[in-house]
Design a protein around this ligand. Structure first.
Ligand SMILES: [Zn+2]
Length: 85
């Protein structure tokens, strides 16, 4: 893994500093890194593109299933409340 600022490979994982960074790190497949050569600090993903695309597809799948379940429950509630006849 190389530093996006200077291109050297002298980068190491850095601790999350505050709640926003901890939240992002928990939700996204990323870690914070620091470059010991140029002092750059930022997020990078450990995942290769193939793994990242699988992760994104699984997130989209979960959102799709959740949307379908919510739509189904909404339809059932609609017919329970407004019974025809
Ligand atoms: Zn650097």
């Amino acid at each position: 893994m190389t530093c996006p600022s200077c291109g050297n490979s002298n980068i190491y994982r850095s601790h999350s500093r505050h709640l926003l960074e901890k939240t992002l790190r928990a939700v996204l497949p990323v870690h914070y890194y620091r470059c010991h050569d140029c002092d750059w600090r930022g997020m990078k993903t450990d995942l290769k593109w193939r793994k990242l695309s699988k992760y994104l597809i699984s997130v989209l799948y979960v959102l799709l299933v959740a949307g379908l379940v919510i739509a189904l429950i909404g339809t059932l509630l609609f017919f329970l409340v407004f019974r025809p006849g």
